[in-house]
Design a protein around this ligand. Structure first.
Ligand code: GLU
Length: 449
């Protein structure tokens, strides 16, 4: 049953009507609206000025054909998307996702979340998201390049360092960003480094951008734990996924003295009681682009792979869902709680279902929602834009120090907002309200936009 304040129910009904069938988008909007009851009681003008309706409606949605030729000479057609959600605080900013599950509802949910996440960073970036239903799995390097070039051949006209700045997400890493940037440069005849982030270090990328989402999530978890006098030292941790977010979350948990005993990919999960061998995991996932099922054999004993069952049954103190949306449901949350989990930080976007979030909150578990906990990635993208604008390049240490400071500020502002709304420790409420109010105030100042 929804817990949306009655004043906001008509707004939610209109979102459902106007975006029929887009379940992930409905879920993301509902979660934010559930947090806004007390805000509209304090700020009735947000209702009178239709600010909430305006924020729930993307500024622009672009859907286009992406034709390309595979290695067999066959013509393939994919669908490309860019949802430019909100530019009140800065140019649209957010990643591109290449995955067969991509549709307009998924991109819209991601763009909506991104708007508030980006506001939470305190940096001048609006919110957007894009991608394609292209499946990179099993595609050759040449196919990936031709696909990226074709996608950019349409997308470039909608981008610009002051307009819209994409980056990576699932299925889009440094290789894809390289191909996309190369095509943008050819089409525009401009070396506009700030048009994309997540670039290679040799052509305008930022140090620590690759690590930033995973590192930032662990910094956020550490901050939450500190409020209870706890730390990650000696803790058992389960991190789902084994992509860019998961790998660098594992690296930072290790640096904090914790031990990650399980991680996963779409084929299943591995448990290694000795602690995941990060170099081996990087070799399998980043260099070879292979499946995690190879890990036990290459490790040579001590680890096991499961195709079936839930990895959230593996007992742990801290859980970091870092794979994809809705990967951790109510029964997974119940298992984690039963096994004594103390903190959960969302590395992926919306990985916990609403029921799972409710269970964590009811059990008094520290819960860091994605838009706060994983904001370190996009925050470091904004640092990349800063370096590009000033034609500068910072050291790893300097960039990471800024990331750490940004994560601390995000944590503190969410905690303070939650406290001031009478819900201490409720980071979901804190993140939603802080992000929403920043966007709403900027829009309010700009008139009816
Ligand atoms: N895709 C990432 C996210 O979900 C990063 C976006 C960016 O760096 O623009 O926040």
């Amino acid at each position: 049953m929804s817990r949306i304040d009655e004043k906001l129910v008509p707004i939610f009904e209109e979102v459902l009507r106007r975006n029929a069938g887009e379940t992930e988008f409905h879920q993301a909007v509902e979660e934010v609206l559930e947090s806004l009851g007390a805000v509209v009681a304090k700020h009735p003008e947000y209702i009178d000025n239709a600010l909430i309706e305006r924020i729930c409606e993307p500024e622009r949605q672009i859907i286009f054909r992406v034709p390309w030729v595979d290695d067999k000479g066959q013509i393939q057609i994919n669908r490309g998307f860019r949802v430019q959600f909100n530019s009140a605080l800065g140019p649209y900013k957010g990643g591109l996702r290449f995955h067969p599950s991509v549709n307009v509802g998924i991109i819209k949910f991601l763009g909506f979340e991104q708007t508030f996440k980006n506001a939470l960073t305190g940096l001048p970036i609006g919110g957007g998201k894009g991608g394609s239903d292209f499946n990179p799995r099993g595609r050759s390097d040449g196919e990936i390049m031709r696909f990226c070039q074709s996608l950019m051949t349409e997308l470039y006209r909608h981008l610009g360092e002051y307009t819209d700045v994409p980056a990576g997400d699932i299925g889009v890493g440094a290789r894809e960003i390289g191909y996309l940037f190369g095509q943008y440069k050819r089409l525009t005849n401009r070396y506009e480094a700030g048009v994309l982030t997540g670039k290679g270090l040799i052509y305008g990328g930022s140090r620590a951008r690759t690590e930033a989402t995973g590192y930032g999530t662990v910094y956020f978890i550490d901050q939450m734990m500190k409020t209870k006098g706890e730390s990650l030292e000696g803790k058992r941790v389960v991190v789902s996924g084994s992509g860019n977010v998961a790998i660098y979350a594992i690296e930072k948990v290790n640096a904090f003295g914790g031990k990650v005993v399980a991680c996963s990919d779409s084929s299943g999960f591995i448990v290694d009681e000795a602690g995941i061998d990060l170099e081996l995991l990087k070799e399998i996932k980043l260099s070879r682009r292979e499946r995690i099922s190879d890990y036990p054999c290459l490790k040579g004993g001590g680890a096991c792979f499961s195709e079936q069952g839930s990895m959230w049954e593996v007992p742990c103190d801290v859980a970091v869902p870092s794979a994809t949306q809705n990967e951790l449901n109510g029964s997974d949350a119940a298992a984690l709680i039963r096994n004594g989990v103390v903190a959960v930080g969302e590395g992926a976007n919306m990985p916990c279902t609403p029921e799972a979030v409710r269970l964590f909150q009811a059990a008094g578990i520290l819960f860091g929602p994605a838009k706060a906990a994983n904001a370190g990635g996009v925050a470091t993208s904004a640092l990349e834009m800063q370096q590009n604008a000033s034609r500068d390049s910072w050291t790893f240490e300097e960039t990471e120090a800024r990331l750490e400071m940004i994560m601390r500020r995000i944590h503190d502002s969410c905690a303070e907002t939650a406290e001031s709304y009478g819900a201490p420790g409720n980071y979901v409420l804190g993140a939603n309200i802080t992000g929403f109010v920043r966007v709403a105030e900027a829009m309010q100042a700009m008139g009816v936009i």
